[in-house]
Design a protein around this ligand. Structure first.
Ligand SMILES: Nc1nc2c(ncn2[C@@H]2O[C@H](COP(=O)(O)OP(=O)(O)O)[C@@H](O)[C@H]2O)c(=O)[nH]1
Ligand SMILES: [Mg+2]
Length: 182
């Protein structure tokens, strides 16, 4: 089964560099800006790497359809990218993704910081939002990339609703009132 995985986030946060790492395990300092969206396949992941520029924002929602994974990337050194990630991009996933879309909040460029900036509450934010996982990466150094990849691939299809027969047969003389009814 192919897992549709969409990378979103502001421009220059490192989306394309992370995807490049996932595919080639390489980092090129000089990277062309993504125009629209780029598609690649890695094992069972169907990856859409989108462009974060204002003029492309309107086309991003259509990529969210049937997305299994939404990867929201921000830059550990740029407050605006964090605000955009946790507000604008997250809201877009809620509005245009599926109810089952799993969200990954990725703090990239970890090689540029010694410790998270005071404005960066990404880890706690992810913890507070159901269905959101937090991962820290450096596309430059390659850290956290394998962890992200494993999480993206590690998908178990939604279980079917259970129709097991739950009728309880009570033995004679058992006082039903002793059972919790909540
Ligand atoms: N130091 C550092 N720079 C990075 C990292 N990831 C990306 N960059 C740089 O950030 C810039 C934008 O990267 P790019 O992948 O094009 O970002 P995108 O617009 O989100 O796709 C480029 O100059 C990259 O070399 C990282 O983990 N660490
Ligand atoms: Mg790009």
């Amino acid at each position: 089964m192919s897992l549709k995985t969409v990378f979103i986030g502001s421009i220059n946060v490192g989306k394309t560099s992370i995807v490049h790492r996932l595919i080639w395990d390489r980092f090129d300092q000089e990277r062309q800006s993504t125009i629209g969206a780029a598609f690649s396949k890695v094992q069972n992941l169907d990856i859409w790497d989108t462009a974060g520029q204002e003029r492309f924002k309107s086309i991003v929602p259509m990529y969210m359809r049937n997305a299994v994974n939404a990867v929201i990337v921000y830059d550990a050194t740029t407050k605006d990218s964090y605000i955009d990630a946790t507000e604008y991009w997250y809201q877009m996933v809620l509005a245009d993704g599926e109810i089952t879309t799993r969200v990954f909040l990725v703090r990239n460029k970890s090689d540029c910081i010694l410790a998270p900036a005071p404005w960066d509450e990404g880890e706690a934010w992810a913890y507070d939002h159901t269905g959101v996982s937090f991962v820290e990466t450096s596309a430059k150094e390659g850290t956290g990339i394998e962890e992200l990849f494993d999480l993206l691939c590690d998908h178990v299809a939604e279980p079917m609703p259970s129709f097991t027969n739950t009728t309880t047969i009570l033995a004679d003389g058992v006082d039903e009132s002793s059972f919790c009814k909540c």
